[in-house]
Design a binder for this molecule. Structure first.
Ligand SMILES: [Ca+2]
Ligand SMILES: [Ca+2]
Length: 211
């Protein structure tokens, strides 16, 4: 019995999140980081379909497809090359569809901004597609776990204090080498601060590396 409980805990907490930060001084056009690899163009996300589920993208920013186009911003404040939710809003949700379930080794997300729109704060969920009660479009206020989604990880790169601008690279992995086999990913993105209207992250690229 104890073994079963322990196994369940391990299964529930398998995914791990790590992140790397380039300060405004060390940020670079290639998104080179100390420990996490740079964004790539030919990952599994490149051919995925992206759909907005809730919230509103900022009109000054790029379409969702910029998250998977393999292209990177020219500088630290390039709204047209980043996806971000409308200024003053509290973020939103979007879905990534691979068309068929695929083995996923890791999910990497990249962002770049000189100030409070650099850090990342989001929850990642996943679904295989055949879950009985799966709701592909759960709006804010609906817990995705209650409608077929599996919670994968909470990403939070916010600093306790001090400088937050620059570039962030996040990698979500699993000690088993695979996050699982999924057709859908759901990103539930939150503002990084509420002091002003400028807390929605500038997301430059999301890579999904197949198993
Ligand atoms: Ca990519
Ligand atoms: Ca991009």
């Amino acid at each position: 019995m104890i073994n079963v409980v322990l196994l369940m805990i391990v299964l529930l907490w398998n995914a791990s999140v790590a992140f790397d930060h380039n300060t405004n001084r060390t940020a670079n056009r290639e998104f080179k980081f100390q420990d996490i690899s740079s964004p790539v163009k030919d990952d599994a996300a490149a051919s995925a379909t992206l759909t907005l589920i809730d919230g509103e993208l900022d009109q000054g920013g790029a379409a969702l497809s910029a998250l998977t186009d393999g292209r990177l911003p020219n500088d630290e404040d390039d709204p047209g090359a980043n996806v971000f939710f409308r200024a003053g809003s509290s973020g939103g949700r979007f879905r990534m569809d691979f068309g068929t379930p695929i083995g996923i080794a890791r999910v990497n997300s990249y962002s770049w901004h000189p100030g409070s729109r650099a850090p990342q704060l989001y929850k990642l969920y996943a679904a295989e597609g055949s879950e009985a009660n799966l709701n592909l479009d759960p709006k804010r206020g609906v817990d995705p776990v209650s409608c077929g989604w599996k919670f994968v990880a909470l990403v939070n790169t916010l600093a306790e204090q001090g400088q937050e601008g620059g570039q962030y690279a996040v990698t979500i992995t699993d000690r088993s080498g695979s996050l699982g086999k999924y057709r859908y990913l759901l990103f539930d993105c939150y503002v990084t601060e509420l002091y002003d209207n400028w807390g929605n992250t500038f997301y430059s690229e999301i890579d999904v590396i197949g198993k």
